[in-house]
Design a protein around this ligand. Structure first.
Ligand code: GLC
Length: 445
């Protein structure tokens, strides 16, 4: 448990206070300054953290997100808060209301997606609601009635529009869609992106993070923005993007998360008497994507790979992505044990110089490792949470507990940082990050 700073009770109170502070009414900003809007996978994790505080408020969070769902089923990666500036690229740069036929009418959103962790939040909400009286249970169940079809539509869009050849892996057209924006996983794919002219831009992120080396470089940023221009030319049409985007990768981590989420949603559907056809479809996607993940793995080490659709090359990196099969299962016993040994060994959580035994985003022994640079090395508490949750679900209670305990020790500094330097434990990026507080609340709940 906490080894410095705050006790568990104090930490939980501060985390709850933080989420209230970031609450904009019907959405929680991902962070107060750097990310003043709603992010898709952040919203799901935030709902996980809100559920023990208020099932009703957690439901509002997911309702807000789902109200921004596109007509084709996509959940966009950002839902912009009304009248809030200070984030780039904002609504006018994405221009989805003018260009995208599928964009929602009432709300402003970005034009790409993010990892599908939302079923996890729905499950947590239902679980918490059972600890309450009838009226809270009714709120959760009405939510499921109201939103079941939308959740299935979201999964169906991923299974169809983002897996055109049906191989069980999700295609992404922007590194931001992976949630791991500048991970070394995407270096090769980005290197092949030849950026054309990009309208002028001003990096708002650098106004809020003093040390620019903790953020992606300008060169990286120009490519990110060029991809937006390509998407705008394609008018965000799924079929056109698949051919036209100069960045296209199959993300093994997102594919594993999707397999897992399909299974979670199918289970919820069974327990709540949802249509059989939906439940069957969800299970079939879960299987297909589990197989898709396993097909990328090395038979001896169990490590998974991404695939660059443009160069036709596999991309093996020593990053969190290699552990995708631990989330969704499907490896044979030996390979799984080998992969767990890597996760717990000196390349990752067991590296002798780590301040806490939690997985860094990139292995410290990898040539790509940068201890302070965003997704190139730092520890992201929300990822520690995801692995601890998934391990508990897979029946590895002891492993789940170790991650939880170490994650809490790290969080006991009370900064709720977006990410941490793995060796020194320095809090980096944004402070008061909502999903970090949410992870802590779930762990302590
Ligand atoms: C960064 C992260 C992304 C997250 C967002 C808001 O862009 O890379 O995963 O969703 O911030 O927290």
């Amino acid at each position: 448990m906490p080894d410095r700073g705050f006790t568990s009770t104090q930490l939980a109170a501060r985390a709850a206070y933080l989420l209230r502070g970031n609450d904009l009414g019907t959405m929680t900003s991902a962070a107060p300054k750097l990310y003043p809007h709603m992010w898709s996978w952040d919203a799901a994790f935030v709902a996980v953290g809100l559920a023990p505080l208020s099932v009703e408020r957690a439901v509002v969070e997911l309702d807000t997100l789902l109200s921004a769902q596109w007509k084709n089923g996509m959940i966009p990666h950002i839902v912009f808060a009304n009248g809030v500036d200070g984030y780039f690229p904002g609504p006018s740069r994405w221009a989805v209301s003018e260009l995208a036929a599928h964009a929602p009418g009432q709300v402003q959103t970005s034009g790409i997606t993010q990892p599908p962790v939302h079923a996890v939040a729905v499950q947590r909400i239902l679980e918490h609601s059972r600890r309450h009286g009838r009226s809270t249970r009714a709120v959760a169940e009405e939510f499921l009635d109201r939103r079941w079809a939308d959740l299935v539509r979201w999964h169906r869009w991923l299974a169809h529009a983002r897996d055109l050849d049906g191989n069980g892996r999700i295609a992404l057209y922007h590194g931001w869609e992976s949630g791991m924006d500048n991970s070394p996983r995407w270096d090769a794919a980005y290197a092949n992106v030849v950026a054309g002219p990009v309208p002028p831009f001003h990096r708002e992120d650098l106004e809020h993070v003093a040390d620019a080396t903790q953020r992606p470089s300008d060169r990286e940023y120009t490519r990110y923005l060029w991809l937006l221009e390509e998407m705008k030319t394609a008018r965000y049409e799924d079929g056109v993007l698949a051919k036209a985007m100069s960045f296209a990768v199959e993300d093994v981590f997102v594919s594993a998360v999707f397999s897992l989420s399909c299974e979670v949603l199918a289970t919820i559907g069974e327990e709540h008497a949802r249509p059989n056809a939906d439940v069957r479809e969800l299970y079939s996607w879960s299987d297909r994507f589990r197989k898709g993940v396993i097909a990328t793995t090395d038979s001896r080490t169990g490590a998974a790979k991404d695939f660059d659709l443009r160069s036709g090359k596999w991309v093996a990196t020593d990053t969190l992505a290699m552990f995708a099969p631990l989330l969704c299962g499907g490896l044979d016993r030996q390979a799984e044990r080998a992969l767990l040994r890597t996760f717990e060994g000196p390349k990752f959580c067991g590296h002798p110089d780590l301040r806490y035994a939690v997985p860094p985003s990139t292995s410290p022994v990898s040539g790509d490792f940068r201890p302070r640079e965003y997704w190139r090395g730092p520890v992201w508490p929300v990822m520690t949470w995801l692995f601890s949750w998934a391990f508990a679900r897979r029946g590895w209670a002891e492993r789940a507990n170790v991650l939880r305990a170490e994650g809490l020790r790290q969080a006991s500094d009370g900064t709720f940082a977006e990410y941490y330097e793995p060796f020194t434990g320095d809090p980096l990026g944004s402070m008061q990050q909502s999903w970090t507080a949410a992870a802590v609340l779930d762990w302590l709940g």
